[in-house]
Design a protein around this ligand. Structure first.
Ligand SMILES: C[S@@+](CC[C@H](N)C(=O)[O-])C[C@H]1O[C@@H](n2cnc3c(N)ncnc32)[C@H](O)[C@@H]1O
Length: 189
């Protein structure tokens, strides 16, 4: 999250209990975070955890973002399940949410991807030639740039998921990589 372009507002589609919300608040100290969650108990826990830096309400993410009108903003979509299949199939609400988000022109997008945990087992289902994470990222990147005009810029992968930051600008470099224990980082400049 360090070096993320600074924004005044962040839309957080899936507030949960505020773990990502606190990371967003630290990464963008000037930003006000506007979060939603369908679960009332999550909304309450989120608001306690963010202590005023972020405000969550009970709402559906796609309905909420449809009326968004704030400038200089970014979007965080920590799906509990999201993979390349959602993008290729394009029949689910997850891609409809991203479609709606990008029409409001955020400065960056955070997406949580759940495919990476079992990529070594499931890679054939994603229509890629092997189970290497960069093979997966390259296909997702090609689709995201074609459909939404966003390119993958930073990825952090751990046991459970991969967290990705995308920018509306094609990076210049190829992938660079770093490993730190069971954390893997992939980025472009
Ligand atoms: C992976 S969790 C988010 C975790 C959160 N980022 C955190 O750090 O605690 C996904 C959350 O999305 C919520 N959710 C699922 N569908 C939703 C929707 N359509 N609109 C808003 N929230 C939704 C669920 O209630 C759940 O709390």
């Amino acid at each position: 999250m360090e070096q993320v372009p600074q924004v005044d507002h962040i839309f957080e589609a899936f507030a949960g209990v505020g773990i990502v919300g606190q990371l967003l608040a630290a990464a963008c100290p000037r930003a006000q975070i506007w979060a939603v969650d369908l679960d009332e108990a999550c909304v309450q826990r989120y608001n306690e955890a963010l202590a005023g830096r972020g405000k969550a309400v009970v709402d559906d993410a796609t309905e909420y973002i449809a009326t968004w009108n704030k400038p200089n903003w970014a979007a965080s979509l920590d799906f509990n399940k999201f993979t390349l299949v959602d993008v290729t199939a394009r029949v689910c609400w997850r891609t409809a949410l991203i479609d709606e988000v990008v029409t409001h022109r955020p400065r960056w997008l955070h997406i949580g991807d759940s495919a990476c945990k079992y990529l070594h087992l499931n890679w054939k289902g994603y229509g890629i030639r092997d189970g290497h994470i960069l093979t997966y990222l390259n296909k997702l990147d090609a689709l995201a740039s074609e459909l939404w005009g966003f390119w993958i810029w930073r990825v952090g992968r751990h046991n459970g998921a991969a967290q990705m930051l995308l920018l509306p600008k094609r990076p210049r470099s190829e992938w660079q990589t770093r490993c730190d224990g069971n954390l893997e980082f992939y980025w472009k400049t």
